[in-house]
Design a binder for this molecule. Sequence first.
Ligand code: NAP
Length: 290
Amino acid sequence: MDIGFIGLGEMGAAMVANLLKAGHTVRVWNRTPEKTEALAAAGAHAVATPAGAFTGDAVISMLADDAALREVVDTALLAHAPRGLVHVNMATISVALAETLAREHAELGLHYVAAPVLGRPDAAAAAKLTIIAGGAAEAIDRVQPLFDAIGQKTWRIGALPQQANVMKLAANFMLAAAVEALGEAAALLGGHGVAMRDFLDVVTAGPFPGPVYAGYGGMIAEDRYEPALFKARLGLKDVRLALAAADAVATPLPVASVLRDSLLEAVAHGDGERDFAVLGKVAARRAGRA
Ligand code: NAP
């Protein structure tokens, strides 16, 4: 397919590399143009404006947040996009913005698919993302070859794009809760002279297997928060989005409120660009041990 790709951060760059490997023609745009260079060497075509990417069979966006997406994909850009184009937004954005974008695209004869992903940049590099797709079935059918190139499985959850975003936010809320619990457990263990590494060996072999406990727990055990695969700043954004989505349907999320404050504390201490696992440092500091 001939596609555009907007946003070459940790996730986007890895996804484009796999789209190129699968033989797709990819026009790439990024705010910081230097990030296009490595991908251009691998066969991507760097374009100077978002409009240069917003054409062809489809365009994928993988920008940081609502503000970035709205800044780049504004109504003027949409008005000039070719009719029938499928825009797949794979970033984690608010339910409210997904609803707005779905409406704006439909009014202009464009297709909007929300396809947020589960998996960190290492999963993106290995083409092992879990893709949660919401939107019209015909539009998803058209971009399925792109999903096959970057993910291990696509879950189609219905015709309303924003429902895919709710599912992603619920998953990241659970992720944040697990990392907060790992951090607090590490602080508890540390206070009694028990090594986090020993604890992880026990619990990951028993009731808590899987990449979340082993991966984030391992980083907390090593007190290592760089390189940041998933930045605390982005984790805070996702918890805030979950709270906003819950607020819209009058649903209390008391644990999410705690997570928001823990992540805010990490940001306030200058750790926003560090990995999400830095919640371990927050818990240790609260216990007077960081
Ligand atoms: P990232 O490394 O911080 O990259 C963010 C991208 O957004 C960069 O291309 C950046 O451009 C661009 N950007 C930010 N503000 C912008 C603005 N105002 N105008 C234009 N471009 C702007 O983030 P990431 O880790 O790739 O995450 C991307 C999305 O995927 C986020 O929604 C995140 O929540 C989601 N996600 C991340 C992970 C993960 O583990 N990292 C997992 C699943 C989903 P510059 O290069 O110019 O800064």
